[in-house]
Design a protein around this ligand. Structure first.
Ligand code: RFL
Ligand code: PHB
Length: 395
């Protein structure tokens, strides 16, 4: 089969790229190694920058987000005995939206199905060939066990951190910068109304905790745990007790409820550059990972894809290579800004392991940073610009 752009991966990056291209009359085919049901059931990010909301709206997948999503004009930071709010609108004139990645994925799949565009679900053995030539190809085994080939002008590697696209680029060309963290996040989705109107990020000697939400009736909460911890060690009672201690503050109570999903996610910062090799372009988690503390993973993916989509459209419509040539360098500027912000938020809010000799010193540094950022208007503005994504112009 032949198409203009072969897309590997039907996560938010791949699906949104297909939607952007289709809007401008550029054809694409997606190959995805999971089933549609699996992709639709994954629980992940929830905070969408205002610029990312604009991209989704501009490409016809913002209606439900505007109807069912929740606009948040601020956020709470907390440490023992104190909870303070940063007002995004007052600080920088922008907001964020709380709307699950699962819902964005659903909206994008529905748009693709409505346009009868092709997605190969449940493929295996995906491989990218000849990306450094004028005739790249993607091969795979389809869900019936038959071999398939997509010949394309370009290949978009949107297959996340564990995909095959990044590894297609020779090691001699790739530059990897990464760090791991001595903690992970235990996340739960709970069938209970949020106990807060806006997100709470809490520093506590027992470890970080966060209260987020998905709707007026569904809460999303997180606890810092050790990266080698096992979810089997965490009964629902133990999770709610930990959340209640770490998020607790006088006169406020955390409401608990049935747990719908729970999992532990390790944290890392990772950037692989360049984001292009010949006719292969990487976008989203295929090229970079941030710890979730700044809510940047999904937003970076959307920004990459907006930039890549515009570059491919410029090539097909005007015959210009200029944006394609600038893609990697310009995308990486936002990637590094978000990598820094996520690392900084993570460092400010997570408690060092008990055997860290610098633990008590770090706690004082963290308290000093939290007091500063929640009281100094210039510091609050910097946080608000980074959190809402307005710190750099959207592509
Ligand atoms: P995705 O979403 O990982 O999608 C990649 C898609 O590619 C498929 N794939 C392949 N397809 C074909 N052939 C292969 N060989 C393939 N290998 C993989 C995968 O099945 C998948 O469908 O990457 P994308 O589209 O770049 O989107 C990025 C976002 O998903 C990601 O940045 C965020 O979800 C990160 N993230 C979070 N970000 C936040 O901002 N806040 C969060 O709370 C948050 N929680 C999370 C997360 C990521 C998680 N992962 C990846 C483990 C929680 C989890 C569990
Ligand atoms: C979420 O709602 O899942 C969420 C919110 C903010 C973060 C990370 C995750 O920083």
């Amino acid at each position: 089969m032949r198409t203009q752009v072969a897309i590997v991966g039907a996560g938010p990056s791949g699906l949104l790229l297909a939607q952007i291209l289709a809007t401008h009359g550029v054809e694409s085919v997606i190959v995805e190694n999971r089933s549609q049901e699996y992709v639709l059931a994954r629980v992940r990010a929830g905070v969408i920058e205002h610029g990312a909301v604009d991209v989704l709206s501009d490409y016809g997948v913002g209606d439900r987000l505007h109807r069912e999503g929740m606009r948040h004009d601020g956020v709470y930071f907390q440490w023992p005995g104190e909870r303070r709010r940063i007002d995004f609108v007052e600080s920088c004139g922008h907001s964020v939206w709380v709307y699950g990645q699962t819902e964005i994925t659903k909206d994008l799949i529905n748009a693709r199905v409505a346009d009868a565009q092709q997605i190969f679900w449940s493929v295996s053995d995906t491989a990218i060939h000849d990306a450094d030539t004028g005739q790249p190809r993607v091969t795979f085994i389809d869900s019936d066990g038959n071999p398939g080939t997509v010949q394309a002008d370009y290949v978009a590697g949107c297959d996340g951190f564990h995909g095959v696209s990044r590894a297609t680029i020779p090691d001699s060309i790739r530059n990897v910068r990464e760090r791991s963290y001595p903690y992970a996040w235990l996340g739960i989705l709970a069938d209970v109304a949020p106990s807060t109107d806006e997100l709470i990020y809490a520093l506590h000697p027992d470890g970080f905790a966060m209260h987020s939400m998905r709707s007026a009736t569904i809460s999303r909460l997180y606890l810092q745990v050790s990266p080698d911890d096992d979810i089997a060690n965490w009964s629902d009672d133990r999770i709610w007790a930990g959340l209640s201690t770490r998020l607790g503050i006088g006169g406020w109570n955390l409401q608990s409820g049935p747990t719908l999903e729970k999992s532990i996610t390790p944290m890392r910062s990772f950037v692989s550059a360049p984001m292009r090799w010949g006719r292969l372009f990487l976008a989203g988690d295929a090229s970079h990972i941030v710890p979730p503390t700044g809510a940047k993973g999904l937003n970076l993916a959307i920004a990459d894809v907006k930039r890549l989509g515009a570059a491919l459209v410029a090539k097909y419509v005007d015959g210009s290579d200029d944006l394609l040539d600038r893609y990697s360098g310009e995308a990486l500027e936002r990637v590094w800004r978000s990598t820094h912000f996520s690392w900084w938020m993570t460092s400010m809010l997570h408690t060092s392991p008990a055997d860290d000799p610098n633990r008590e010193f770090m706690l004082q540094m963290q308290l000093a940073a939290l007091r500063h950022v929640t009281s100094n208007p210039a510091a609050a503005r910097d946080l608000a610009e980074n959190y809402t994504g307005s710190v750099l112009p959207y592509p």
